[in-house]
Ligand binder design. Sequence first.
Ligand code: C2E
Ligand code: CA
Ligand code: CA
Ligand code: CA
Length: 394
Amino acid sequence: RDTARMALFYLDIDRFKHVNDTLGHPAGDELVRQTATRLQQTVREIDTVARLGGDEFAIILVDVRDIRAAEDVSERLLRKMQEPFRLMDDQVFVSASIGIALASGPQVDADDLLRKADIALYEAKKNGRGRHQVFAGDMDDLLLHKRKVENELRSALAGGTGIKLAYQPIFTADGRTIAGAEALIRWAHEIHGALPPQQFIAIAEERGMIGELGKWVLGEACRFAVGTQLPWVAVNVSPLQLRDGGFADEVALILAETGLAPSRLQLEITESVLLENNDTTRTILAALRQTGIRVALDDFGTGYSSLNYLRRHAIDKLKIDRSFVRLLDNDRSSTAIVKALVDLAIALDVEVTAEGVETEEQKALLVGMGCHQLQGYLLSPPLEPAQMLALAGP
Ligand code: C2E
Ligand code: CA
Ligand code: CA
Ligand code: CA
């Protein structure tokens, strides 16, 4: 029987930065304030809601019967967070994630409880937004607590060890010619083995390291591309990098230092970037394109597509997200969506790449629709630099 006296929730608003900057609400504080009120109203008077800083809260429940009871409260809180917020005459939808740790003994180690809740929160986020996760004993070694990851990432970056790039060729529609390649970061972790980028990119973003990491990726990818016959190399850029007013200069400097022609660099950005009510980002993108660098819209179809932005020709290329491509063989509505996306790209005179192509059927459908380029395991997985070099030689 799981007895518990006390539960600690570590609650974090998902994508708060996105909401805050994207919609241009100066009142990120307002959102946090309203959140605090909601949380307070949802728990009992004897429970405590405390702001931990940023958009993170600790909620302490006393006299908790068992795990089930704690989870019920957590679900109520998460539902409450999903009700629209009214901020500056606008409706804003957010979700939150919760990590739960329970104290059942007579002694409560507050630090330990918070640490466990934080680990559980990290697990919750990994499984998608708007969820909770109860801390389990085996999480500690299974995970990579984010602070640990952060430190390790810092020393990996500083020492130039462990982090490297893989290159996935992108083919023209005939499936035979290499159009270019996408640089994908890899981190061979000493203890945890190969860590997927999703796990550590978010941490780098959260902990203010993405600028440094992104710069390293750009330099490395450009240096590599210069020594190959690759028509271009594509590099993923975090939205946070584009908020830094110095980004365009930084890229120009890297191109100058490595000697890569701007036309051989593509930057992959996500839709959220275009939504930003933020002149810096747009100015930077315009400045980059002015120099001949091309900008691709990644994961197209998954976010709020800014059709206006596309219409204004501020984008050179669309990449259809693999979640659509994956469903192509047997799902009619996905087929219709992909067809619509490809038609849109063609009508706007924008190049279109399909990612995550795994089967011949998908390939045939995509080519039939008029997709210009294909990327996916069917054609090639991401390759070690040496293998990439062998394909697109010096
Ligand atoms: P993405 O930009 O959508 O990158 C494509 C991902 O799809 C890569 O995963 C690639 O290995 C995978 N992929 C390629 N073909 C197939 C396929 O046929 N089937 C399936 N199931 N997957 C396929 P990866 O390398 O794990 O990267 C994941 C994400 O991490 C990337 O998604 C990108 O958003 C991010 N990322 C990777 N490198 C960087 C980087 O240097 N900087 C930033 N900011 N983000 C990066
Ligand atoms: Ca957050
Ligand atoms: Ca990408
Ligand atoms: Ca993608």
